[in-house]
Ligand binder design. Structure first.
Ligand SMILES: [Zn+2]
Length: 362
């Protein structure tokens, strides 16, 4: 399979200043959104500074950290922006995705319209990433880790949510690390649905909530697939001792939470398309395209192993069983662990909806 020819001119690069400007806008938007809820809930707001840095080669990556009390930062790896931008603008030009859009919208797809959807997908992918990091902050993960550091006498020399950060904190159990990742994903998915099913936002974008869900699902698939594609997990067999969560599995859960959040926020079942379309059509399509895109985009890079088969073995029964257990346990475990740290309730008592406070979204 090849990327269509017309897609090639869209590989563009960005200057740091431009990425900073765009990233600042996204972070400020997301932070304002969450802060409005927090103000109403507890009368406080957090300060979060966006940073664009260079720390993980060309990987799509971001992490959150604390600067001082009630003040935090989110740092995004600079190449993330170009990879996400170029992928979004390429994917909408691929014939199968054009067909999906056409089937859905039943209208002529002009280049302008496709470019507009590419921008929406680009924006959604960055927001998924940013809300995940905000989940680590607002749900108290960062303060929890900082407190543990103090108790165990760890110097604050490694970032809380980076690979080195996790290695420097062996006193936090792997299942707790993993639960924190679920929790940040749930925070992200619920906020995405809150924003992108809100009437005014939909009017502004000129789409209905159903198509918006379609774009959110596409964006989540794109992001997790791109993150998985170029990275081979070294020792997946030791999953129980690591903080690692398989991206494919995270993606499945993320999409599940999107559907659950839709039902909860809009108080109706989502009827636009079913999970079958996601697992049998969309995910395989995006995996093939992401592999193809990454191979073209990183043509000159010989040292990264881009393959659709990367880490597929992580989805065997034993892994699934273990991660399902972590996911089940997390509602009880994290609620206790994060008491006194989380700015929002980690689990809503009445609904047991994860990552909750959905009722505060409007
Ligand atoms: Zn995380």
């Amino acid at each position: 399979m090849q990327l269509t020819k017309e897609a090639e001119p869209y590989f563009i690069t960005f200057e740091l200043e431009e990425v900073e400007k765009r990233f600042n806008n996204v972070v400020n938007f997301c932070v304002t959104y969450v802060n409005i809820n927090l103000q109403e809930y507890k009368g406080v707001a957090l300060r979060i500074s966006p940073i664009v840095g260079f720390f993980r080669g060309d990987e799509i990556a971001a992490f959150a950290d604390r600067v001082y009390e009630n003040s935090y930062s989110i740092e995004m790896n600079m190449p993330s922006w170009s990879v996400i931008y170029n992928f979004s603008h390429n994917i909408v030009l691929q014939p199968p995705i054009k067909k999906l859009f056409y089937d859905y919208l039943q209208r002529e797809l002009t280049d302008d319209l496709l470019a507009f959807y590419a921008e929406v997908i680009n924006d959604m992918m960055i927001k998924i990433l940013v809300f995940h990091e905000l989940g680590h902050i607002y749900n108290g993960h960062i303060d929890y880790i900082k407190q543990k550091e103090k108790e165990y006498g760890v110097k604050e020399d490694s970032k809380a949510f980076s690979t080195s950060g996790k290695k420097a904190r062996p006193f936090i159990e792997p299942n707790v690390w993993q639960a924190l990742e679920w929790n940040a994903d749930d925070f992200s998915a619920t906020r995405m649905v809150g924003i992108f099913t809100h009437k005014e936002n939909l009017n502004h974008l000129g789409i209905d909530d159903c198509f918006s869900m379609f774009l959110m699902v596409i964006s989540a698939i794109s992001l997790y697939t791109l993150m998985e594609m170029g990275i081979k997990a070294n020792y997946p067999v030791n999953y129980k001792e690591q903080e690692h969560l398989p991206k494919r599995y995270r993606l499945e859960k993320y999409v599940d939470t999107l559907f659950q959040a839709y039902k909860y926020i809009l108080n109706k079942e989502f009827g636009g398309f079913n999970k079958k379309l996601v697992t049998e059509t969309l995910i395989p399509f995006f995996e093939t395209n992401a592999e193809c895109f990454m191979k073209s985009y990183f043509e000159d890079y010989k040292n990264i192993s881009i393959s659709i088969d990367n880490n597929k073995e992580e989805l065997d029964d034993a892994h699934r069983k273990y991660y399902e257990k972590v996911d089940r346990d997390y509602m009880i475990m994290l609620k206790k662990e994060l008491e006194g740290y989380a700015f929002f309730e980690v689990v809503d008592n009445e609904t047991l909806f994860k990552g909750e406070i959905l009722k505060l979204l409007y």
